[in-house]
Ligand binder design. Sequence first.
Ligand code: GDP
Ligand code: MG
Length: 751
Amino acid sequence: MKRFALAGNPNSGKTTLFNSLTGSSAYVGNWPGVTVEKKEGTYKKLSEEISIIDLPGIYSLSPYTSEEVVARNYIIDEKPDCIINIVDATNLERNLYLTTQIMEIDVPMVIALNMMDVVRKSGDHIEIEKLEKIIGLRVIEISALKEENLNNLMIAAFEESKKERKGITVLEDSNLVHLIHDCEIAFHAIKVNNPLFHAVKLVELDELEIKNHPELINIVNDFKSTFKDDVFGSDFEAIVADSRYKYITKYFSPYFIKNKAFNEKEENRSSKIDKVLTNKWVGIPIFLLILFLIFHLTFSSNLFYLGGLFKNVSPSFEGTMFEGLFYTSSGINSPGIILYNLIDSLTSAFSSLASGWLSSSPEWVGGLIVDGVLGGLSAVLSFVPQILCLFFFFSILEDSGYMARIAFILDKLFRKFGLSGRAFMPMIMGFGCSVPAMINTRTLADDNERIATIRVIPFFSCGAKLPILTAISGGIVLRFGIGNAEVITYSMYLLGMVTAVLSVLLMKKTTMRGEVPPFIMELPTYHLPQPRALLIHLWDKLKNFIKKAFTIILASTIVIWFISHFSFDWKYLTDSEMESSILAGIGMLIEPLFTPLGFGSQLESFGWVFVVAAFTGLVAKENVVATIGTLAASIVSGFAGSDTMEGVDSVVEMINATGITLPALLSFIAFNMLTIPCFASVATAKAELPKGKFATTLLFWISVSYIVSSMIYLIGTWWWTSFIFALSILVLILSISLYNRSRDRKKGLKK
Ligand code: GDP
Ligand code: MG
């Protein structure tokens, strides 16, 4: 099978093209550095199948970043049949810089001029035929997003892949051209592939090249010593780069005719928006406000009735069905709640049907299916609409280019404390899922920064933790009648972020002292979020969630049901005898550990449910709510005639059964959010962390969650304990800064 590789600058649309060509749904984000590994897919619309490889985005083929090394090695060593060089047509000159380097390799290539939809809209014009002639490569205009002209691109690439191509260089005009050709001959003589490419890299004194061919370095050094610095200058790498840009402006740029008026207007507009959104003072408050609006739109049952903004959310079906669905007495439902209500009516109809069918079967069969499986699954699935709703809004923030600005403001704010904005990108990805977020930390050059970032990524509450937040806060509102579900959820998200920032600060001041690596970020252009891209994103989330529900979560609910309905001597227990089950036994054994957190031994019967639920979350975080759902369904009623409960209701039942208090519930949310993440994330962390850092990372997660949750519970229950905590924190800060100062002084003396 032929292999075509996609290479281009970050954010030029490679992954979008990859997804369009192969029908995959790899992560697309409107900021540089999202794809860090190569990915493979298949294109099937030609006479033969073609394997497509998405390479990480790069600005050059120098070996400075891991992305550059991955892309360079792939192109050089694995010799794809054709390179599709994606060029962002709205940023032609800068993108062609990489093109001039790939051109030097002996590999067939075509140029895909992407984002043509934007170019056309702005009234710019590119004279393709003339550009093709001067570059000497096929140039095909496409829009990866709108899927325009993709087949022609593939046909062109296919034709090129049948031909041999010798590398050519734009450095013929440079005064180093003779040296380059001398080196090329030398590489040729020792039978190295791609002699031209290696020759240029050698002249640039590229690290990898020097390492691989130390025998040839003398050609460059002799040249340097023969001619004085004032003839050629000494920094050959800079001379080469400069020649490339000069060539591009002289020969390529004339074919790119810009609509000046439009471009200036656009630039003005975007810089005006940036002045506000990235402003030192209002940037963060605006972000917090936008975030709150999103939570309001997702979780509120009184969307427009602002007077009732802080009233209770009660997604109930009282009155007519229509009334419960779209509005309640307190106001109009948000889109999230409307969808929630829809699913709710579906699942309860389904489970009453199921209990009807099963009424003549043995009791344990009905219990397993209705309480165990349906109870657990519907508790989790009832939150799908809200998860999707939240992700819909997050995707808009990302795709529009706003999230990249957040990283930019946070960089300015936290640089003083030793945090760089680059690290916030993977953290923000953590809102979706920790696994890709942790992999994305490979873009961080500094080891310490990577470790710190991987450790705090789980604090950015992911989609799987959302049911915990929503179910418990919904339960709190219904049972205690105070607060507002959206406010609680929002606060918990903030708690996660604040904990992340404080923990990085603490690490930076203690175990990970060091310079903050520089962060130069290119702000992506604002663009309207594309419905297609959003839909793909949501569909992907939904698919993943459903798949998980019917595999891991389903299996867990069955296991949980069995070990909660059988005793250690393997006797079947009815619902009311559950307290002597295997699960209860294990739960009660570890329960005392959680007493300082509020959901330990102080709870009445069934108190072990919370501890057990938290533990099942280590497999997948959705399990926490699924377990509560399964067990609550058993506790509340025999299966016959009962219908299953949604996540919120089962939490209310658990609160009633155990007598757990409000601070303890908040502490329970915080614990699940901050403690060891799900199994998949733990495995990723282990793979991504440097040797010897994994055990301390596990310890870090356990201690942070334990400390923060116990603080919430203790202060919430006995307010005066806040003084004890304040004092201990003060002492901690003081001793750290005193220690650091004496350390610095000692260092100073040594110097
Ligand atoms: P990568 O970093 O090169 O993989 O780029 P992505 O595929 O992640 O795309 C970066 C951004 O550009 C995303 O917001 C895409 O939606 C957007 N994008 C990609 N291709 C096109 C296109 O043809 N037209 C427009 N208007 N936007 C595009
Ligand atoms: Mg990408």
